[in-house]
Design a protein around this ligand. Sequence first.
Ligand code: ADP
Ligand code: MG
Ligand code: MG
Length: 873
Amino acid sequence: MVKYVYFFGNGKAEGDGSDKNLLGGKGAGLAEMTNLGIPVPPGFTITTEACIAYQKNKTYPEGMWEQTLEALKKLEETTKKKFGSNENPLLVSVRSGARVSMPGMMDTILNLGLNDETVKGLATSSNNERFAYDSYRRFIQMFSNVVLGVEHSKFEKLISEVKKGKGYSLDTDLTAEDWKGLVEKFKALVQNETGKPFPQDVMEQLKLAINAVFDSWDNQRAKTYRKINKIPDDWGTAVNVVAMVFGNMGNDSGTGVAFTRNPSTGEKEFFGEFLINAQGEDVVAGIRTPEPISRLKDEMPGVFAQLEEVYKKLESHYKDMQDIEFTVERGVLYMLQTRSGKRTARAAVKIAYDMYKEGLIDKKTAVLRVAPEQVDQLLHPMIDPKEKYTPIAKGLPASPGAAVGRVVFTADDAESWAAKGEKVILVRDETSPEDIGGMHAAEGILTATGGMTSHAAVVARGMGKCCIVGCGSIHIDEDEKVFTVGNITVKEGDFITINGSTGEVILGKVKLVDPELSGEFAEILSWADEFRKLGVRTNADTPHDSKVAREFGAEGIGLCRTEHMFFEGDRIDAVREMILADTEEERVKALAKVKPYQKEDFKGIFKAMDGFPVTVRLLDPPLHEFIPHTDEDIQKVANASGIPFDVLKKKRDELHEFNPMLGHRGCRLGITYPEIYEMQVYAIMEAACEVAKEGVKVYPEIMIPLVGHYKELEMLREMTVRVADEVMHKYGITLKYLVGTMIELPRAALTADEIAQYAEFFSFGTNDLTQTTLGLSRDDSGKFLPFYVEKGIYKEDPFVSLDLNGVGQLVEMGVTKGRKTRPDLKTGICGEHGGDPASIFFCHRVGLNYVSCSPYRVPVARLAAAHAALKQQ
Ligand code: ADP
Ligand code: MG
Ligand code: MG
């Protein structure tokens, strides 16, 4: 018989913290805390396996229900209460809990087991009628919403009416009689909305609630969340049935959430918030603004001391920052949840660093604690410290970084504006799980209510989005699409800047700057360097980018695109002259004008990369990219350059191609116009010799693009070696240089053994290789590729994350075949994929020597390469 139900209570649990896959994160945490002797209300967990089995045809697997009833009986014995009793009723919460936390995505029902009779029992046993009816109405509200699909707002409206009628301002002002009256109204509403009375049978309630949690695994928002966070659909959720403890029993009761360290900055401080006389969902939902946890010390010193002891125990047990939920019932503390806390990248770095220094974790663990995907956040823009500005409002700094964008007021608008290429800031009173699509699309999020643990704050931190919450001075009018602060009115579409590190809201656009590596982050990266096997280089075309990349730790340049240099300043004129040349003689003359520019650029780059290799790619794009296309632009160039309009136009038509990506480009240019590549090799080698004479250590690597046949490379290699020898002879020095090629056509990968005869290195140009392998034009696929990804045909955009099954095979084959011919062949990757953690894992696995990525991805790549090495061990 499969065991589907695991009990915990009385200091003993059937499962433990290692059973996350089976019990879900929440269930495993409850079991582990129980075993640690931490006060947890008793309960039981129905496994994720049961959920998966249930999904097939919406029926429980054999034995599950019987085991549930048995566990329920045990729960009654443990609590000395009876489920459905009208004297001393047992109430439970029914809580979802997947392997990884998905905040607010799935459903939880509290106070289950109440009906018209048991509520009376609860009133008597607690000696608190107000509490009993408050709990009952909460139950009707939650159950009807989650299980029966009645809108939450309809209940809230009824409450507001009563409050208005009686002149109350807070929910806590309502009396027992008020709640009793509302319970009747709630039941009538349910009858009206569903055509059926509110279920009074507690067993039916339990069954329906379990089903609802199982079903919530497949609701739309959970699916969206899983997609964004790459969580497999077949993990399922566990169901936790937990004896209720009550934070709403009066002023000696309350509920709160806390982090053992600051989840935003990583600072070592107990951090959180709580509400007196409230149930858990009040804190998370952001309905009432909670108080900081430090106040609990004044209000309930005994409880606070106990809580401190628990959190310290949990942190040293889990050796990680914990996110905890607790409830105080009449002065007694209960823990309801513990899990590794979500944190910003900044906090992840600080916590990993501190915990290593505290001796809690070792270096490897510290490196593994910082997710490569996440550190991108640290490399996000912040407000230029030199900027002077006056904020119009200030809220809580929920997730750091800064963002500039146009104001929108709904998640849908955020998505549709972003789809049109607008940068937007989503401004809402509070966010709810339905908003995540819009939050994802926005540059940043600003909410008027809610605390540091509200939905908006938690989700934004997870997404690495800048976010401000609880900005109470802004007043949003969603219908009019404006918000006001004092006498300032901000309309939809207006620009604002938000600073998630300080909580400041600024009218208009403020200049943002790129960040630098903090000391702690730099140190963690240096630990990563101790573990990684892959080299990390950068793609850079200018001395400036090279310098930035060096500061981020790049160990050379994997791709320097020479054509970018062609566009700068007035050199484009010389380039155009070269293109327009009709004879070789004219072309050589024009090229002579381009050469000094190229040489200067190379000298700058070689100097910035002192001691590290620089891979220079010879001209790659088709020539027509350098001349204007529209008649209007042609006219402009004609006026400026003195070249007749007709001549330009004729050249444009001559150079026109139907499939430019497969046209006259790459080494095909070098084959047909050898003087172009020759000029480039002269420029590279002369620059190298000149800086070498100045004492710079220089390792040029000359790379021939788009080779598909070894003969192309054979010819161009011969030319390169001839020119290089000539230049070195002229300068009277010998430099070590390499000649290699890009592998970016399937044929190159297939014949890598032949090509390797003439190449000392291979650099996999995975952008073109993806394009040519998938037969998918990068420039045209935007219209349908997102649809493919949505439908799951490709799990991810193959231009962002390497298509391992397809393109990956070619890369692997290229490496293997190439090394067969030339065992010391150097191999690397220089497509966009070089900065993508999943692709980097692959590069490590197939034994590449290095990855090369854009300067700002270099830290990501260093860390990802270390993770790949550590995880393979
Ligand atoms: P989520 O995963 O959305 O945090 P939870 O299952 O943790 O959902 O429950 C939501 C809230 O209900 C929590 O804040 C918790 O404090 C409260 N809660 C859950 N179970 C109980 C219980 N048995 N007694 C009291 N409060 C509970
Ligand atoms: Mg929770
Ligand atoms: Mg290419």
